[in-house]
Design a protein around this ligand. Structure first.
Ligand SMILES: *Cc1c(COP(=O)(O)O)cnc(C)c1O
Length: 361
């Protein structure tokens, strides 16, 4: 009989805290495909796999952390949750909160929220408040609201989020049989690089109750967008800019944890330009067959950039986590490499015209 994936809490119950398991709120998240990407292997001289997190229930990895955060909140009898969001956190929080019968308040920064994500939050019944300020201002306000009112904060500063998101690392090791040499991913608020590092370390460490599953941990390679690269710059960015809205964050909440993940794993955190991100986005969709949102392409842009500088070890096994689905922010697919709008060719409704237009003679 086919095995139905049960969601990350049920699948990894022995490696998650008990308090997220009292009242599980799940939409079947996790169990996402690990897809080999020959085009990227060829470009980098490594063996590259993509962890396709757009296949989660609301289309991004945020669901891994939201099932644990909302389950923990439900276990404590919470009635309402709040988050600051560049989009995907609100889409995910709204879905899991409505499933749990809770109110979900969402603080989104002025402008620059991708249409797909906004429509999800609204469809799932979130109370959407557009805040006069950027993401970092929204997070400060959300934190204060949670401190002063009976509302739980479900941003990635909530440790339950990290617990859920670490299961992405477990799945990679389970699929490959051991940890890869390198794990690459985009870095925004830096919760995910923190979570993956935690997952890889836990899987490589035997405890009294659990054996080690991996023999080692991968080097963590994190990539920020050039206009929003505070960790690379070494100071907060007051006006972060990038087309990759999911990582348009000037003062990451998990800054120190991200630096620890980098340093303890022998990794790097670098920046990639919007042009490099869009080029990687195009390679992913037009050659690898994987459609992602722009931020998700930052990890791929990063390994290509490092390969161009001779910084990818030959034959290394690399997993790149591509974090969100292309349908979240589809406008970028409708432009050609030269920036012009792509329009379909008009033809008559006959086979001859159609075959002609396709160059089939
Ligand atoms: C949230 C998000 C990121 C950034 O993750 P952090 O944990 O904030 O570093 C990257 N890509 C997508 C699609 C996201 O939704």
């Amino acid at each position: 009989m086919a095995h139905q994936w049960r969601g990350i809490i049920a699948e990894y119950a022995d490696r998650l805290p008990a308090h997220v398991q009292e009242k599980i709120v799940s939409l079947g998240e996790g169990g996402t495909p690990l897809v080999e990407a020959p085009v990227l292997s060829e470009l980098t001289g490594a063996q590259v796999f993509l962890k396709v997190e757009g296949m989660n229930p609301t289309g991004s990895f945020k669901d891994r952390g939201m099932t644990t955060a909302i389950s923990a909140a439900a276990g404590r009898g919470a009635q309402a949750v709040v988050c600051a969001s560049t989009g995907n956190t609100s889409a995910s929080a709204a879905a899991y909160a409505t499933r749990a019968g809770m109110l979900c308040a969402v603080l989104v920064p002025d402008g620059k929220i991708a249409m797909g994500k906004l429509s999800q939050a609204i469809a799932h019944g979130a109370r959407l408040l557009q805040v006069d300020g950027n993401f970092d201002d929204c997070l400060i306000a959300a934190r204060k609201l949670a401190e002063t009112h009976p509302v739980e904060l479900v941003n990635s500063v909530n440790p339950d989020r990290i617990e859920g998101q670490k299961t992405g690392a477990f799945e990679i090791v389970d699929a490959l049989g051991d940890a890869p040499d390198i794990h690459a991913l985009p870095v925004g608020n830096a919760g995910n690089i923190t979570a993956y590092r935690k997952g890889f370390v836990e899987y490589a460490t035997a405890t009294a109750d659990l054996p080690a599953v991996a023999s080692r941990t991968p080097a963590m390679w994190g990539f920020q967008a050039a206009g929003s690269a505070p960790i690379v710059a070494g100071h907060p960015i007051t006006e972060p800019e990038t087309i990759a809205t999911a990582i348009r964050i000037g003062n990451p909440a998990s800054w120190q944890q991200a630096e620890a993940a980098r340093d303890e794993s022998g990794g790097v955190i670098e920046s990639v330009t919007d042009e490099q991100i869009l080029a990687a986005h195009r390679i992913l969709s037009s050659q690898a067959g994987v459609f992602v949102e722009p931020a998700s392409a930052a990890g791929v842009a990063g390994i290509i950039s490092r390969a161009e500088r001779g910084l990818v070890p030959a034959g290394a096994r690399i997993v790149v986590t591509v974090t969100g689905h292309g349908l979240k922010d589809p406008q970028w697919a409708l432009r050609a490499a030269d920036g012009s709008e792509v329009v379909p060719t008009r033809v008559g409704a006959d086979v001859v015209s159609i075959a002609d237009a396709l160059g089939l003679g």
